[in-house]
Write a protein that binds this ligand. Structure first.
Ligand code: GH3
Ligand code: MG
Ligand code: MG
Length: 379
């Protein structure tokens, strides 16, 4: 392990020399700052964060009386800065100055030591704070890992449903605030059950993993791709009109159709169907309506033959909704609630939670709109 590095902040050259020599003799690396400004620069709290990879002290030994910026202000600024990782501060105070000890601790110092410095005591305090720092780092790493796990789909490694919904909420809010368009694409593997049935679950899992990577590869910076459930994936496309999203979804559809998915012991070709919806749209006033619209469009894509992209409210969508599907009769009933009159607050009113029926081939999987409606009910 690298030697811990201590930033000695003191304007008296004799003190600096003494502290540096003693600390280095005990195996610590040192950095020196001779005033408050230099100290703040050394940790990236003066004019912006340090460039990545710059040396950063593990602990700061800070004098109270300093030129330019006082030790108290240095402590306050370091502890108040989001750019500076947790760095313990030991304040050096005069023996008789209770006031500056209190002020230093209140400003964020983690400990203090009185002058003249007793080196055995200083070393013990340094060791103790470095222990706390490494525990803190373990905690932070674990928190980052937990956050990542809570946002990631375990099978495919892309965003999970919970995180997608969070991102979609944020994207929708931002679209409404800035008046920029937002598109949502739901993609569902066609006849995927037969992959499991013919080749086993491990083959199905491999297909899902490869599809996730393909979708991620097709996404642009700023887009989000996640697994919405089972064999259903969502693309969130900020700044994209539904019409442009149709082009993107069709490119993705073609890429999937051209792809052969491989697994242990074989390979299989599959296609996807996509439903596209976008804001602004007179009937899409919130995230639930957006997801429901994309899901209704996906349903029509399935009903009209699969390996297709359908946009919510397109002429094809409307005519299919009017005439009803050839099989099952479910789509018209399913769409009716979405297309029913708006509620007083302008949001589409869903009048029939069970109107979807079970015709068509999507009956086995929970529909995204159903889930979204469930979420809305819970909210
Ligand atoms: P459609 O074209 O109508 O979408 O037909 P489909 O066969 O894709 O749809 P269906 O809803 O009948 O079947 C979805 C299948 O997806 C059934 C389920 O076992 C499978 N599936 C869902 N999640 C996973 C998973 O994590 N791994 C594997 N291997 N299969 C999964
Ligand atoms: Mg499917
Ligand atoms: Mg499905």
């Amino acid at each position: 392990m690298a030697r811990p590095c201590i930033l000695v902040v003191d304007d008296h050259p004799d003190n600096v020399d003494l502290l540096r020599d003693r600390l280095e003799a005990r195996g610590y690396a040192t950095m020196i700052a001779r005033d408050g400004e230099e100290a703040l620069r050394a940790v990236g709290a003066w004019d912006g964060p340090l460039p990545p990879g710059s040396p950063h002290p593990d602990l700061i030994l800070l004098d109270v009386m300093l030129p330019k910026v006082s030790g108290i202000d240095v402590a306050r600024r370091i502890k108040g800065s989001r750019d500076v990782p947790f760095t313990p501060i030991i304040m050096q105070t005069a023996l008789d100055s209770t006031e500056s000890k209190v002020e230093g601790l209140d400003a964020g110092a983690d400990d203090y030591i009185t002058k003249p410095i007793d080196f055995a005591e200083l070393e013990a305090r340094v060791r103790s704070l470095l222990r706390i720092k490494s525990l803190q780092e373990v905690n932070e790493r674990q928190a980052r890992e937990l956050l990542h796990i809570s946002q990631t789909d375990a099978l495919t490694g892309i965003d999970n449903r919970r995180y997608l919904e969070h991102q979609l909420e944020a994207a929708f809010e931002s679209a409404v605030r800035l008046g920029t368009p937002l598109a949502c694409v739901l993609c569902d593997l066609d006849l995927f059950k037969s992959v499991n049935d013919s080749f086993g679950h491990h083959a199905g899992d491999a297909v899902l993993r490869q599809l996730a990577q393909l979708l991620r590869g097709e996404a642009r910076d700023g887009d989000r791709v996640g697994r919405y459930g089972g064999e259903e994936f969502m693309l969130i496309l900020p700044g994209t009109l539904a019409e442009s999203a149709m082009g993107i979804a069709d490119r993705v559809r073609e890429a999937v159709a051209a792809r052969t998915f491989v697994f242990d012991g074989g390979s299989v070709d599959r296609t996807i169907s996509c439903g596209v919806a976008g804001w602004p749209h007179p009937r899409i006033r919130n995230v639930d309506a957006l997801v429901r619209a994309a899901d209704d469009a996906l349903y029509v894509a399935k009903e009209t033959g699969r390996n297709r992209v359908v946009r919510f409210d397109s002429p094809e969508f409307v005519s299919h909704t009017r005439t009803g599907p050839k099989t099952g009769g479910s789509a018209a009933a399913a769409l009716e609630p979405t297309l029913s009159p708006q509620a007083d607050d302008g949001t589409p009113r869903r009048t029939d939670d069970d109107g979807r029926g079970s015709g068509g081939s999507r009956s086995g999987a929970p529909r995204a709109a159903d889930a979204a409606r469930g979420a809305a009910t819970r909210a």
